[in-house]
Design a protein around this ligand. Structure first.
Ligand SMILES: Cc1cc2nc3c(=O)[nH]c(=O)nc-3n(C[C@H](O)[C@H](O)[C@H](O)COP(=O)(O)O)c2cc1C
Length: 220
């Protein structure tokens, strides 16, 4: 066998291994999403439609969605979900997510389509914005949401769910963008779920949110 043959065999094995990792990540994500879908449903109270607090979120596999429902219930807030069909659960969505999160680092204008594109935020004093962390940064749909909307005079609270690490520099860049779009202030909350094989359970995540985000003040 020539060196080229060995190289091609090694390349093939590396590709099979990478595909295997991506497939198991997708399997875990889909299972999580199914389990989380029914958990902690959000039922607006009689006062929620007039609330001065909004919770806007993007979630691919359901964890940020669960955090968002929890925050909205605690604050009696209006809840808005952002959809980004490019990143639906499954291998293709995962590959798009990785590609676009990476592309955004060098091309800040390469933003995905989201639905809704804009939300009338004028009735609100406070806007909580929830996102998973993708490649150390809030996910691309959140950058698109901030790009398309105004936050004049509002207190904006970014919240992230993540597995291991996020980059302070990306959070600072998002803060600058939010402030440039009119916000009065910006805060950041985050909950570390842990790496795939040893993560917080959904109940543990909600307890961490209660302890870490809402311990000191009412959170409004
Ligand atoms: C494309 C992609 C990239 C990710 N990158 C990171 C990362 O850089 N750091 C991290 O801690 N978690 C990372 N994660 C894990 C997610 O942030 C974490 O599982 C999050 O809680 C998922 O939220 P969701 O269920 O609302 O989609 C990544 C997940 C995906 C799909």
């Amino acid at each position: 066998m020539t060196l080229l043959h060995w190289f091609l065999i090694a390349l093939g094995l590396a590709l099979i291994a990478a595909l295997g990792v991506l497939r198991s990540v997708t399997w875990i994500e889909s299972r999580q999403a199914r389990q989380l879908e029914e958990k902690g449903p959000y039922v607006p109270t009689a006062t929620a439609p007039t609330s001065r607090t909004a919770v806007v979120y993007f979630s691919r596999s359901g964890n940020t969605a669960l955090a968002a429902r929890h925050v909205a219930k605690r604050l009696d807030a209006r809840l808005f979900a952002l959809e980004a069909p490019d990143y639906r659960l499954g291998l293709i969505g995962l590959v798009h997510a990785l590609h676009d999160a990476n592309a955004l680092k060098s091309k800040p204008k390469a933003l995905p389509d989201i639905t809704p594109r804009t939300i009338d935020l004028t009735p609100f004093d406070t806007v909580w914005i929830g996102s998973p962390v993708w490649l150390y940064s809030p996910a691309p749909p959140i950058w698109a949401f901030v790009e398309n909307n105004r936050f004049d005079g509002q207190r904006v609270v970014l919240f992230n769910t993540y597995n291991s690490h996020f980059g302070d520099d990306y959070v600072a860049a998002l803060r600058d963008k939010v402030m440039a779009h009119g916000a009065r202030s910006f805060e950041h909350r985050h909950v570390l779920r842990g790496r795939m094989t040893r993560q917080l359970t959904p109940d543990e995540m909600l307890r961490a949110i209660d302890d870490e985000w809402f311990a000191a003040q009412s959170g409004r």
